[in-house]
Design a protein. Structure first.
Length: 118
């Protein structure tokens, strides 16, 4: 066998190896691209978002426009916005009394019950 034929086989082996590695890398890149694509957004997504928005608006309406007991044991009530604004306006006509009342309410809300095991 001549050295020319040996060189040609070596060059052919290198070319085949390089092309094979490029094909493998290309196949891996295609597979990664294919498997990492998110599912297409459909009409069900729009309906899901509309339902969530409706639930959020209903919860906002309840929190802002209805009166409810938050903690009956401590006497904490959630008021409607209009009622709360009227109470604040009346209370702050006498700022020192309103300030002391506010501090007392915060202390009452944040009071820690005594430990029964002590």
């Amino acid at each position: 066998m001549s050295s020319q034929a040996t060189r040609e086989r070596a060059v052919l082996a290198y070319v085949v190896g390089i092309l094979g590695s490029f094909l493998i890398v290309g196949a891996l890149a295609w597979a990664i691209y294919r498997y990492t694509q998110p599912a297409p957004l459909g009409e069900d997504r729009a309906a899901f978002r509309a339902k969530n928005l409706t639930e959020l608006r209903a919860a906002e309406h309840e929190a802002l426009d209805t009166t409810a007991w938050l903690d009956p044991a401590k006497g904490i009530v959630r008021l409607r916005i209009e009622d709360a604004m009227n109470l604040v306006e009346l209370a702050w006509r006498n700022p020192p009394a309103a300030r002391s009342n506010l501090i007392a309410r915060v202390e009452k809300r944040d009071a820690v019950p005594p430990n029964p095991f002590e």
